[in-house]
Design a protein around this ligand. Sequence first.
Ligand code: FRU
Length: 743
Amino acid sequence: MINKHTNMKIKTVLSGLLITLLSGCNSTGDISIDDFESGNFDKWSIEGDAFGEKPIEGSYKGQQPVSNFQGKFLANSFQGGDDTRGVLTSKEFTIERDYINFLIGGGKNEDTYVELIINENSVYRSHSFVESEALQWLTWDVKAYHNQKAIIRIVDNQRGGWGHILVDQIEQGNKAKSVFMNNYKLSFDANQKYILLPIEKEAPEVAIQLSVDGKNVGEQMNVRLAQTHINYWFPIHIDAYKSKKVELAFAPIKTTDIWYQQIKQSDTFEYNYDETYRPIYHFSPPYGWMNDPNGMVYKDGEYHLFYQYNPYGTRWGNMHWGHAVSKNLRKWEHLPVALFPDALGTIFSGSAIIDKSNTGGFGKDALIAIYTSAGKNQTQSIAYSLDNGRTFTTYDQNPVLTDSNIVDFRDPKVFWHDASAQWIMSLATSQTITFYGSKNLKEWNKLSEFGEGIGSHGGVWECPDLFPLTYDGKTKWVLFVSINPGGPNGGSATQYFIGDFNGKTFTPDTMNYPLWLDYGRDNYAGVTWSDIPATDGRRLFIGWMNNWDYANNTPTENFCSAMTLPRELKLAHNGEHLVVSSIPVKEINELRRENQRFDNQKIEKSYTFDKLLKDNVGAYEMEFVVKPQGATAFEFKLFNQNNEQMRFIFDLKNKTLAVDRSKSGKVDFSDNFAQTVINAPLPTKNSYKIRLFVDKNSTEIFVNDGEVVQTNTMFPTAAYNSLSFDNEQGIISVENISVYNLK
Ligand code: FRU
């Protein structure tokens, strides 16, 4: 019996025969360029030491196991580790088939690649698609080069992580073996508003370049295009290119993916804005990923909030500055994206100021953004706006500050220092903060460096802010430094120092550092608003309500992350030492709708307040005072009908306020979201005044006017509508209990 398989084989043999008969030579079988099975590089010339002297059987010592190669040997540039470099150049051969297929693995860096050279021109230069020690087929279509002479180069010019390449089984054939496709392009005659991209949250990123009438527009976008299912669609705005030819060019793509048949033009972009965990009264981006608040500045009645923004996904990447404004710190109006990646890099965190005396020469009262350009190196750049932040022009001499010796060199926060008549920039420089001075925002000189041997150094220092606060009629300077990891409860958190600043040097007071602004897990990279009018005089703050430990995995759908409530910072004495206290800005009180009051209770063991609100969508504020009368510990918890709960545990003996979110709802999206209780130090008092804000997926607890603060996210499956108290020994008196619906 001849089955299908043998039948096909026979056909191939027959057609091969036929052509052989006609042409006198076999032109359909695969031709090996090299499979390295000879055990030496006899077909190659060797430069450098990365590939060793011969092909190797699998992996080198210290390398993860190499897999998916064929036979015994392959070319592997891990000889001597990632840092060695080298090139293999093949002997010349003639192109006799339609495709060149080969197996490739290792790093996907710019400088690890396989190259096809014809007539001294580089025709293809291909990198591994993923960082992996498992090799995959890659195919070059060489139909256009039949009978031409060619050379292949295997290049490892990369040091550091994944600085190696793996290659095997290079052959010519008439079948493309790769499921990857190079140089894939999609063209549209633009006549609608958007191109919609189907995205799968966990898929690997694919690089896309937009061009209009043959000219590249903007930088490459890295988008997690759907491989097997679509989580959501995100738009590329093409309204401005009506009746032009808009093209998307893709880095190697997989023909087995579903996205490339689905990308489409559309006049509408619709998504479920009011998804389960969309906060009601906290700022969140319309769609897409958000991290740090940036460029906060006040001008002409508007509070500006820019933010780290990925418009092409709900995970970190493609950093832009998103933009919103508010007249009252309560309601925010979304504005178009303010800053886009450019040739110097993506747009990382930074600040904004109003240049009242036109020191920069961009115009009086220009709104100037100072940010990190995250390219090959991190450098500082500026952009100015003469229309209240609606449009920006990047300075044509960017960058304005560089130091190629420091890898983590970012997050400039600038203010005008009257006493020394100059702009001061605080910049995160690895694990210190460096201060720079400038008269014009364009030329900066180093003033001093702070941070060695003081405070927490568990991770990289980021997002500094230096500002004055008064206590008891005296001016003190506060320096914020965000750190990740190394926070008091793991992951990201903001530490601070209190001291003096003389226009050059910051000198910290002797205190028991580190001190933390917020002991909760979800207040990071926060800084303060610039240019708040003197008549107001407040120091206003907002933070990113998330933690790098798990931010990329949180269970929201079309967007990721919210900001904390805007807060007012003050210096306070907690009975033991000075602290930076924070409370929600007073404007937030205007969000209160119904006020549900409950009678005071003296509680001996436990007590439950049920039905906190009639109409409870999970967005409310709660106020009460707890007076421990002989109790050594008490706790209160919010809970719902699904047995999910958020616990707040006041341990008066051990002087801690612990938050336990281990049973708060969805917790399994990350290993370290809810393992342990989240602790804050708690000075002993006779009375604890509590304000607790709940907004769908967050809790912010302020104790005694913000002397102790914890901000923690959570993902309950239904709104918490009950509050119960428990105590150990003695009694607790719970007084002045109010619950407000917030809108
Ligand atoms: C802090 C941070 C900053 C950086 C930005 C990039 O969360 O790492 O240091 O500028 O995020 O998005």
